[in-house]
Ligand binder design. Structure first.
Ligand SMILES: [Zn+2]
Length: 334
């Protein structure tokens, strides 16, 4: 370390805090709209705008309404969106996930046609499309239900490739099956999408912070939980192994999810690997701030910005947040 270890009174750290201009000059971490990704929940229909009770300001949107909100966010400076789909029909093979006219595929085509400069990232998973709500194929026998890893990879790869065929700029697998990044990379390459990047949910923890999202994406498991594939909240070293494997398999960007309760993981991932690193500030992080703000207990803008700054300071280059449009607006105001 080469930091200044001077002593008082020659050294006074308050000297550089005297004015806004001085403080800006020595500011170590900055928030910029260019780092933001706004998630959307797409469903079929027209003029559908269904509020999600535990996520104020977030809606399930039909393609026409989603386009309006995406255009508004893009105008405010949000460069990218992340799409989740809610299909009309669910089954045990997640058919809707890789249907060429599935809801996500249709929204991707619409957004790329109307807002060609907006980066369209698609979440790649099967849970919203499975009647049982799990992220993989389920096998039930006398011992109970198991989520099958290897047969699921094919469906995930098919889903990612169908998103790329629709025009997605990037795919983001969130299922936590082993080997899925390699399977997706291979499938994309074989279909000619060698330039489509993969942002992997590399360290995704089984978290109580996902509560409100399950209502938003209608993806709550009908039995059991996701602890046989998502990570144990107690494990940090294992998170590094997960990230290392995804990088070996071809991930271009790695993600830590959730963000706020996992800042140590973010820091270690960024320090250890140096890849572009994303933090997903999840539904309950959003809900907690919204609820406290609605009660007048906190300043929503100040707390939101400070929270995102903490993620940046911990090592995040990319911030996925339901507040992205608000944040972009606030940053514009200065
Ligand atoms: Zn899933």
């Amino acid at each position: 370390m080469t930091y200044n270890s001077g002593q008082f009174p020659a050294t006074r750290l308050r000297r550089l805090r005297q004015s806004p201009a001085l403080r800006r000059l020595v500011c170590e971490t900055r928030l910029s709209a260019a780092q933001l990704v706004l998630p959307f929940f797409a469903r079929a229909g027209r003029k559908v705008r269904r509020a999600i009770s535990a996520m104020p300001g977030v809606f399930q949107l039909s393609p026409d309404e989603l386009l309006k909100d995406a255009a508004r966010a893009h105008e405010l400076g949000v460069p990218a969106v992340l799409l989740f789909g809610i299909p009309d029909q669910k089954d045990t093979r997640a058919t809707g996930a890789y249907a060429s006219n599935g809801v996500v595929q249709r929204v991707v085509r619409l957004l790329k046609r109307e807002l060609p400069e907006l980066l369209v990232i698609t979440d790649v998973c099967l849970c919203e499309y499975m009647s049982h709500g799990h992220c993989g194929i389920v096998q039930k026998d006398k011992r109970g239900a198991r989520i099958l890893n290897d047969p699921t990879l094919k469906l995930l790869a098919q889903t990612a490739t169908s998103h790329a065929e629709a025009g997605a700029d990037m795919v983001a697998p969130s299922d936590m099956m082993d080997g899925r990044v390699a399977a997706i990379r291979q499938s994309l390459d074989r279909a000619g999408f060698t330039d489509t990047p993969i942002m992997s949910y590399a360290a995704k923890f089984a978290s109580a912070y996902y509560g409100p999202f399950r209502e938003a994406a209608e993806s709550a498991p009908k039995f059991g939980d996701r602890r046989s594939y998502q990570m144990d909240a107690a494990n940090a070293s294992e998170a590094l192994r997960e990230v290392a494997l995804d990088i070996q398999e071809g991930a271009d960007i790695v993600m830590v999810k959730p963000a706020l309760a996992y800042l140590d993981i973010l820091h270690r991932v960024k320090t250890e690997f140096g890849l572009p690193t994303a933090a997903y500030s999840v539904s309950a992080e959003h809900a907690m701030i919204k609820a406290a703000a609605a009660n007048g207990w906190i300043d929503e803008r100040a707390v939101t910005l400070e929270t995102l700054l903490a993620m940046r300071r911990a090592g995040a280059d990319i911030l996925i947040t339901y507040a992205a449009a608000d944040v972009a607006g606030w940053l514009k105001e200065g």
